[in-house]
Design a protein around this ligand. Structure first.
Ligand code: MEV
Length: 327
């Protein structure tokens, strides 16, 4: 797995970084509570080459259109010569699967490799800062998953400590959890949302008198989820996914389409929930053993773009040599 540094490498080079599902604790994590993430085996791949001017997919970089790339270059490439970045991704955008975090982690790995290599804690800290500045709000969860791969928690229990992050007086411990090798199904509703808007709306909801109690419930579910995952107890994980979905409903980020998808999959799954900011985007479900294809079919029939995912084998990484002249 990916605790080792991204090694030095001259340009041109290619990198990859995985997307993610949040299994427990989205939104609550922004308020300091624990979160469990699954970095998935669907990824973003980049190539980075020396160029006459800096471009992304052939178009000159611009801070309004390319806030993530521009901030990544300011943080990790200042004073260096222009580069041409190409990006291809299997991750739908604005759908809760961490496409911007994967882009930032893959670009950070490329720029870090080309400037003498970069260790994981530094890449994770830089990727968090870059995504947060571009997005305006958020936790280091998505970028940590993209940098580290596999199953990771923020401020959780169990597993082993991968690295620690801090910003001002906020602290996060990122832990790696064993991969039970389960197959999950992700289903994209096709409804896009803005993470920042959803985070701000939930923040307003949690300012109500029952906010602290709701956050305590999010925390209990997430910590129990980490224990159940460690015990490979599918039934308990499924029940806790449903409980987490109930809390997300209460704080207002579910959506009728997401509820329809979860209902359609219900007979085939242990449990499921929205994943990411919500208000659209994707659901993630844990199929009953042997019911993976049936869950996939139910979600597809209900109108979603559904696909199976597992834990990614690596986090952000070099993808191999590129021919300096070629394509
Ligand atoms: C977005 O994938 C997850 C949120 O908790 C925001 C964040 O943690 O940055 C909604």
């Amino acid at each position: 797995m990916s605790e080792e540094p991204v090694p030095p490498h001259l340009l041109p080079l290619a990198t990859r970084a995985p997307g993610k599902c949040i299994l427990f604790g989205e939104h609550a994590v922004v308020h300091g509570r624990p979160e469990l993430l699954l970095a998935i085996d669907a990824e973003t791949q980049l190539t980075v080459r020396p160029a006459k001017r800096s471009t992304l997919n052939g178009i000159p970089l611009d801070s309004a259109r390319n806030p993530y790339a521009m901030r990544a270059m300011e943080a990790l490439w200042s004073g260096q010569s222009p580069i041409a970045i190409t990006s291809t991704s299997r991750l739908p955008r604005a759908s809760g699967l961490g496409s911007s975090a994967a882009f930032v982690a893959a670009l950070g790995a490329a720029l870090g490799a080309a400037t003498g290599g970069i260790d994981r804690p530094r890449l994770a800290a830089a990727a968090f800062r870059i995504e947060r500045e571009a997005q305006g709000v958020g936790s280091p969860g998505d970028t940590s998953a993209a940098v580290g791969g596999g199953y990771l928690s923020l401020n959780g229990t169990g597993g082993t400590i991968a690295w620690k992050l801090k910003e001002g007086d906020r602290r996060w411990t990122v832990r790696r959890h064993p991969d039970p090798e389960w197959v999950w199904i992700v289903a994209d509703s096709g409804i896009h949302h803005r993470t920042g808007d959803a985070v701000r709306a939930v923040g307003a909801r949690l300012a109500a008198p029952d906010g602290a109690e709701l956050l305590d419930r999010f925390e209990r579910v997430a910590l129990s989820g980490m224990k159940a995952l460690g015990a490979e107890d599918r039934t308990a994980v499924g029940r806790l996914l449903d409980e987490n979905q109930e809390l997300l409903r209460i704080v207002g980020v579910s959506h009728p389409r997401l509820e329809t998808l979860l209902d359609a999959a219900r007979p085939e799954i242990e449990g499921g929930k929205l994943t990411g900011a919500g208000a659209g985007g994707c659901v993630v479900v844990l199929p009953k053993p042997g019911r993976e294809m049936a869950a996939l079919r139910s979600l597809t029939r209900a109108g979603a773009n559904a696909f199976a995912v597992r834990g990614s084998r690596t986090g952000a990484a070099l993808l191999g040599e590129l021919d300096p002249q070629g394509n």
